[in-house]
Design a protein around this ligand. Structure first.
Ligand code: ZN
Length: 461
C-alpha cells in the first residue's frame, strides 16, 4: 500500500511510515494518536488514510474544530468528494465540526479521524461511537484525558528530523532575559491583564526594537499580550510596523500589505497563531509569556516554513519562554501515559554575549563563538561534572543554581536529601537537570517529584 500511495499522492517517506505504523497498530489498538509537528503535512497524511479506507468500503468521518480548518480539509480531500455531515451523514466520507457531530445523531462510522485531538473536545463523540476505530491527530499530545481514550501513539517524525531533511527551516533562538514581575496564573495560563502589565514597559519596547535591529530580519511576526499591546508595539516600531487585531475592520488589507512587503513587522495577539502561513517570515518575536507548550510551538512554528529567501529563522523571545518550555526544535519524547503535569523541557543555557538559547551542555556558543567561563571538574558519585567556580560557603541554598547545589552535595556543604527537597520545590525542570547531572534516570526525577515540595532554606556549610 505504501508504494502505491506514494506514487499516487506524492507522500513523503515519514507520511508513508505513519500510515504503515497506524495500520500495524490497529491490530492491537482501537484508538491511536498520530503525532506530527506543524508543517509535516498531517492533512495530506490523513487524507491518504481516509482514501484507503473508503476504497475498502469503509465509512470515514473526519472532524475538525474550526471553520478555517474545515474548509482546508475539504480542499485537501476534494478529490475524494467528501460530504459535510450536515448534508449527508451517510456518505462514505464525511467531514464536520466536532460541535456539530456531538449534537447530532449520526450513523457509526468505521473510522473517525480527529484533527487537533489535543484540544480534548471530542469525548462525547467517542462515547457515542464506542466501536469505531479512531485516529486522533495532533502536534502536541498534551491533554490530560488523552490517555483515557487512546492506547497507542505513532510519531513518524520530529521537528529536528524535518529540519535535517530540509522540510522545515532551522532556528536561531534568542532569549532576552526579562524581569517579569507580577505574572498571575489562572486555569494554567498567565492572565492577559498581568502579561500586559509586565510587558507594557518602555524598557521592554526599547529592548524589542534594539534586538530586532541586531538579530531580526524582515518580514517579522510579533506576538503580544493583548490587542492594545499589539497596537502599542507596532507604534513603538514606527512606520515599518503594522498591527493586525480582531477589532480592526481593515485587518485583512493590512495583512496583505505586510505580505506584499509594505511593512517589515506585523504585530498581533492571537489572530495569527494557528494556521497562518507566510513562508518568507524570517523572525518571530515573542512579547508575551506562556505556560502552554502547544501555543509556544505554534507561535515559533510560524517562522518554520522553508523559503528560497531564507536559510534559517530567528526567534527573539522576551518572555523567558525558552527557560520555561525549551527550544522549538527540541525532541519532546511524547508518551501516551498519564504523567505529571509539568514535565520539564530539556534544560537550556543562555549565551551572555549574544542571547542565543543553547543546549545546557554547550561549552561554546554556536552562534557567536563565545566560550563559557572555565569550569572546574568535580566528581559526584562517579560522574565527572563541570560546575561554575564560585565560593559556596555560607551561601543560602535558595540562591544556588542546580549545578551549584550538586557541587555543594559533593563538598558536603548540604545533605543530599536537603538538596533534593530544595530542587523539588523549584519544579520538574530543575529536578530533571539535577537527575541528568547526577546520572540518575528520568524515572528517579518523576518519583522524587511526588515527595514533599514545600520550600526550605539551608545555609551551606
Ligand atoms: Zn553567543
Amino acid at each position: 500500500m505504501g508504494a502505491f500511495l506514494s506514487k499516487k499522492m506524492n507522500l513523503r517517506h515519514y507520511q508513508i511510515s505513519a500510515i504503515d505504523q497506524l495500520r500495524e497498530g490497529f491490530r492491537n489498538h482501537q484508538r491511536q494518536l498520530l503525532v506530527m509537528p506543524t508543517g509535516a503535512g498531517k492533512t495530506i497524511t490523513f487524507a491518504a488514510i481516509a482514501a484507503a479506507a473508503v476504497r475498502k468500503g469503509k465509512r470515514v468521518l473526519v472532524l475538525t474544530d474550526r471553520i478555517a480548518l474545515l474548509n482546508q480539509t475539504f480542499m485537501a480531500m476534494a478529490h475524494l468528494r467528501p460530504f459535510n455531515i450536515t448534508d449527508n451523514p451517510y456518505a462514505e466520507l464525511t467531514i464536520g465540526m466536532v460541535e456539530t457531530a456531538a449534537r447530532r445523531t449520526l450513523p457509526t462510522p468505521n473510522l473517525i479521524i480527529i484533527d487537533e485531538a489535543h484540544k480534548g473536545n471530542f469525548f462525547k463523540i467517542l462515547q457515542k461511537h464506542p466501536s469505531a476505530r479512531v485516529i486522533g491527530v495532533t502536534a502536541t499530545p498534551l491533554h490530560p484525558r488523552l490517555s483515557e481514550f487512546y492506547t497507542n501513539i505513532v510519531e513518524p517524525t520530529t521537528i529536528s528530523e524535518l529540519i535535517n531533511e530540509g522540510y522545515l527551516s532551522p532556528v536561531a533562538p534568542y532569549q532576552i532575559q526579562a524581569q517579569l514581575d507580577g505574572l498571575r496564573t489562572r486555569s494554567g495560563e498567565y492572565t492577559e491583564a498581568s502579561q500586559f502589565a509586565a510587558f507594557n514597559k518602555a524598557k521592554i519596547y526599547g529592548q524589542a526594537i534594539d534586538h530586532f535591529d541586531a538579530l531580526g530580519r524582515a518580514p517579522a511576526l510579533y506576538f503580544c499580550a493583548n490587542i492594545e499591546h499589539a497596537k502599542i508595539t507596532a507604534k513603538a516600531f514606527g512606520d515599518r510596523a503594522v498591527s493586525i487585531t480582531s477589532d480592526d475592520p481593515h485587518r485583512y488589507d493590512k495583512l496583505r500589505a505586510f505580505e506584499l512587503g509594505d511593512y517589515q513587522i506585523i504585530t498581533n495577539c492571537g489572530i495569527l497563531t494557528t494556521g497562518y502561513d507566510h513562508p518568507p517570515i524570517k523572525t518571530i518575536g515573542i512579547l508575551r509569556a506562556t505556560k502552554s507548550v502547544p501555543l509556544w510551538l505554534q507561535m515559533c512554528g510560524r517562522g518554520a516554513r522553508i523559503h528560497p529567501t531564507k536559510e534559517e529563522f530567528v526567534v527573539i523571545d522576551h518572555g523567558n519562554n525558552h527557560t520555561r518550555l525549551g527550544r522549538w526544535d527540541d525532541d519532546r519524547n511524547w508518551t501516551i501515559e498519564k504523567k505529571d503535569k509539568d514535565i520539564g523541557p530539556a534544560p537550556v543555557r543562555l549565551c551572555p554575549k549574544c542571547h542565543a538559547v543553547l543546549r545546557a551542555a554547550a561549552t561554546e556558543c554556536s552562534f557567536c563563538g563565545h566560550k563559557f567561563e572555565q569550569k572546574e571538574k568535580i566528581q559526584v558519585k562517579g560522574h565527572a561534572v563541570f560546575v561554575e567556580k564560585s565560593n559556596l560557603s555560607g551561601r543560602l541554598a535558595s540562591t544556588c543554581s542546580v549545578r551549584e547545589l550538586v557541587r555543594a552535595v559533593g563538598e558536603k556543604r548540604i545533605t543530599h536529601a536537603q538538596a533534593c527537597r530544595i530542587i523539588r520545590s523549584r519544579g520538574m525542570p530543575s529536578l530533571i537537570e539535577f537527575a541528568e547531572i547526577m546520572g540518575y534516570s528520568q524515572g528517579w526525577a518523576f518519583a522524587n517529584y511526588r515527595l514533599d515540595k514545600s520550600k526550605i532554606e539551608v545555609k551551606l556549610r
